[in-house]
Write a protein that binds this ligand. Structure first.
Ligand SMILES: CC(C)(COP(=O)(O)OP(=O)(O)OC[C@H]1O[C@@H](n2cnc3c(N)ncnc32)[C@H](O)[C@@H]1OP(=O)(O)O)[C@@H](O)C(=O)NCCC(=O)NCCS
Length: 180
């Protein structure tokens, strides 16, 4: 299968339980037209709707990578660079950037284009980074397939994701320490 090898984590008995997967294996593109029900009084789309689309994209990528259910554990600060209007075609591009034991970082890029004018330029609306965790039937975190990064772009994304991961963990530890 594309992007899969049988190198990976093993169970206590030595049987392969997860296979290495590349970012390409689970890469996802979603597209949808924005409707009036998703707009605010200015006629532009609520930021929360954009977050929801990005979260759905990250969930789909995570499910593909693991072959099972994932939940959103965290999402980094999201900066909105341009407004999205009713009738715009919104496209999201998501891929796994980094994988830990039970969690992964999924990067999502969101672009918009006027539906009525195919010549209109695509606009970069936002980018977001989600931490997705694979869970079992009891909603407990479980081990996921390792990531194999091969291309220079995927290797850069992996390095940058490691930096974000370190910052997330440091921030969480600092907050917990502050609470005593
Ligand atoms: C996400 C959840 C399963 C984690 O459970 P937990 O008991 O805290 O598990 P752990 O502490 O073992 O963390 C599991 C993994 O998530 C990572 N993680 C958890 N919270 C994180 C955060 N805030 N930032 C970064 N990573 C985080 C851990 O580092 C760990 O990664 P690793 O196994 O790759 O090293 C649990 O907090 C949960 O169910 N949250 C609600 C999820 C939800 O309902 N989301 C919205 C709807 S989908």
């Amino acid at each position: 299968m594309r992007g899969v090898t049988d190198r990976g984590a093993t169970s206590a008995g030595g049987a392969a339980i997860v296979s290495e997967r590349t970012p390409a294996y689970s890469r996802v593109t979603l597209a949808q037209i924005m409707r009036a029900t998703e707009a605010n009084l200015l006629g532009t789309i609520h930021g929360g709707e954009i977050v929801k689309i990005a979260d759905s994209t990250a969930g789909t990528v995570g499910h593909r990578h693991c072959g099972g259910p994932v939940v959103t554990a965290a999402v980094d600060e999201m900066v909105f660079l341009a407004p999205v209007r009713v009738g715009d075609l919104v496209e999201t591009f998501g891929q796994v950037n980094w994988v830990g034991r039970t969690s992964m970082e999924v990067g999502v890029r969101i672009e918009a284009q006027s539906y009525s004018d195919p010549e209109a330029p695509r606009v970069h609306v936002a980018s977001a980074y989600f931490v997705m965790v694979r869970i079992d039937e009891d909603r407990r975190p479980v081990a996921i397939p390792p990531l194999r990064v091969e291309t220079p772009t995927d290797q850069r994304r992996h390095r940058e994701a490691q930096i974000r991961r370190a910052h997330r963990l440091a921030r969480r530890a600092e907050i917990e320490q502050g609470r005593g």
